[in-house]
Design a protein around this ligand. Structure first.
Ligand code: FAD
Ligand code: UDP
Length: 364
C-alpha cells in the first residue's frame, strides 16, 4: 500500500510528525525498531506493577505555552516539580547549588545577598566562556566544581568538563535563594496516565499505520511512500560515510524493594564522586503512585550501546554539519529529532522541532 509518509522512529519526534500529518489528512506509515512506541520516553509497569521509565527518568518541563497546550490535547497532567539531591562526602545537598547547599556544605548562615557575594569571591571569571569547565568555574569556582561537577561529568561523558561545549553544564543553574527545584520552567508536569498512554492517544488515527520491531533496513526496498521523516541517528542513515558521530550510551539497572514505601527522599539522587553510576531515580516520586513497594533505577554511562546522548563538542558539531550538507541533497527525506539533529534536546524542544518540521512539510 502506498503511504504519503514513512516515519522512522516512534519517539516524540516521529509521533508528533505522525499526528500532525494524519490530522492534515495524510496517510502515514510509522515504524520503530523497538517493540513499543514512545522512544526513550516510553513508560511501562514493571513486574511489580510500578510505572517505570525503562530508558531513564523523563520529567516534562517547558516554558512554551504552545507546546504545553499541544500535548494537553493527548493527556491530563499531574503537577510535579522534580527535586534532586547530590551526595558529597556522605551528605546530601540540593543540586542545582543554592543557598542551602552553600550554607550546609561550609557551615555558614548566609543571606541571599551574602551568598551572591560569596559566589563572587570564589568564582573564576572567564571571558569568553569556551566550554563547560568555564561555565562552572565562572559561576561557582573550583571547590564546588570539584565537589559537584567534575566527577559527575567524567562519569556521564567519559570526558573532562573542559572537553564539552558550554551548553552541557549551562543546563544546570546556580541559585542564591532556597529554590531547590531541578527545573524552573513555567510548566512542570507529568502525564497523568504516563507517557505511553499519551503517545497512544496521539497516534490513534485511521490515517496512521504502526509497525513495531521494524527497522528502516527491513522495509527500505519497498518504497511505498512519497516522503520519509527520519528520526534515528543521522550518521547511521548515511552509513557513517563521514565517520561515526559519537553518542553516549547508558546501562540501566532496575531494582524493586517490597515493603519499602520510600527508598530516597527525592525523585533523583546524584552521585558525583562515588560509584560508577551517576544517579538513582525512584519512580514513585515522579508518578505519585501509591504502592507498598518501590522501584528504582541506577544509570551507568557507557561508550557503547544504544545512542542516548549526542556528545556536544566543537569537532562533533563540525562533523555533524557535513552530514547536514549531505541531507540537503535528499529532498525525499526530512531529518528531525535528538539523534537526527544531533542536539541535546529535551522533550519539549523535540515537540517544537517536530511541529516546525510538519508545518514545513504541509506548507512548503
Ligand atoms: P527517541 O526517543 O530516541 O526516538 C527515536 C526512535 O527512533 C527510537 O525509538 C528508535 O528505536 C527509533 N529508530 C532509530 N533508528 C531507527 C531505524 N533505523 N529504524 C526504525 N526505528 C529507528 N527530556 C526531558 O524533557 N526531560 C527529561 O527528564 C529527560 N530525561 C532524559 C533521560 C535520559 C536518560 C535520556 C536519554 C533522555 C532524556 N530526555 C529528557 C530527552 C528525551 O528523551 C528526548 O528529548 C526525546 O525522547 C527525543 O525524542 P526523539 O523522538 O528525537 O528520539
Ligand atoms: N551535572 C553535573 N553534576 C550534577 C548534575 C549535572 O556535573 O549533579 C552536569 C553533567 O555534565 C551533566 C550535565 O550537567 O551531564 C547536564 O545535567 P542534566 O541533569 O541536565 O543531564 P540529563 O538529565 O540530560 O542526563
Amino acid at each position: 500500500m502506498q503511504h504519503d509518509y514513512l516515519i522512522v522512529g516512534a519517539g516524540f519526534a516521529g509521533a508528533v510528525c505522525a499526528e500532525q500529518l494524519a490530522s492534515a489528512g495524510k496517510t502515514v506509515l510509522l515504524i520503530d525498531k523497538r517493540p513499543h512506541i514512545g522512544g526513550n520516553a516510553y513508560d511501562v509497569r514493571d513486574q511489580h506493577g510500578v510505572l517505570i521509565h525503562p530508558y531513564g527518568p523523563h520529567i516534562f518541563h517547558t516554558n512554551s505555552k504552545r507546546i504545553f497546550e499541544y500535548l494537553s490535547r493527548f493527556t491530563e497532567w499531574r503537577f510535579y516539580e522534580h527535586r534532586v539531591l547530590a551526595v558529597v562526602n556522605g551528605d546530601t545537598y540540593p543540586i542545582p547549588i543554592n543557598r542551602t547547599t552553600i550554607n550546609r556544605l561550609y557551615g555558614l548562615d548566609l543571606s541571599e545577598e551574602q551568598v551572591e557575594s560569596y559566589l563572587d569571591s570564589v568564582r573564576e571569571k572567564c571571558e569568553p566562556i569556551r566550554n563547560s569547565e568555564d561555565v562552572v568555574l565562572n559561576s561557582v569556582g573550583p571547590d564546588l566544581c570539584e565537589k559537584f561537577f567534575r566527577g559527575y561529568t567524567r562519569k556521564q561523558w567519559g570526558l573532562d568538563l573542559s572537553e564539552l561545549s558550554a551548553g552541557v553544564a549551562a543546563r544546570i543553574p546556580t541559585r542564591t535563594n532556597d529554590d531547590d527545584r531541578y527545573f524552573s520552567d513555567t510548566y512542570q508536569f507529568m502525564p497523568a496516565q504516563g507517557y505511553t498512554a499519551m503517545f497512544e492517544r496521539m497516534l490513534n488515527s485511521p490515517h496512521i499505520t504502526i509497525k513495531l520491531s521494524t527497522s528502516l533496513d527491513d522495509i527500505k526496498q519497498q518504497a511505498g511512500w512519497r516522503h520519509m521523516v527520519y528520526t534515528g541517528p543521522i550518521d547511521t542513515f548515511f552509513e557513517h560515510c563521514y565517520g561515526t558521530l559519537p553518542y553516549r550510551s547508558l546501562r540501566f539497572e532496575h531494582q524493586h524493594f517490597t515493603d519499602c514505601t520510600q527508598y530516597q527522599p527525592t525523585g533523583t539522587v546524584n552521585y558525583p564522586n562515588d560509584h560508577s553510576y551517576t544517579r538513582i531515580t525512584e519512580f514513585k516520586h515522579l508518578t505519585g503512585e501509591k504502592h507498598p513497594g518501590t522501584s528504582i533505577m541506577k544509570e551507568y554511562p557507557q561508550a557503547v550501546g544504544d545512542p542516548y546522548y549526542p556528545v556536544p563538542r566543537p569537532e562533533n558539531e563540525a562533523n555533524y554539519k557535513r552530514y547536514v550538507e549531505l541531507a540537503k541533497s535528499r529532498s525525499d527525506v526530512t531529518f528531525v529529532g535528538r539523534l537526527a539533529q544531533y542536539r541535546y534536546y529535551n522533550m519539549d524542544q523535540i515537540v517544537g522541532a517536530a511541529l516546525k518540521c510538519t508545518e514545513g512539510l504541509l506548507n512548503g
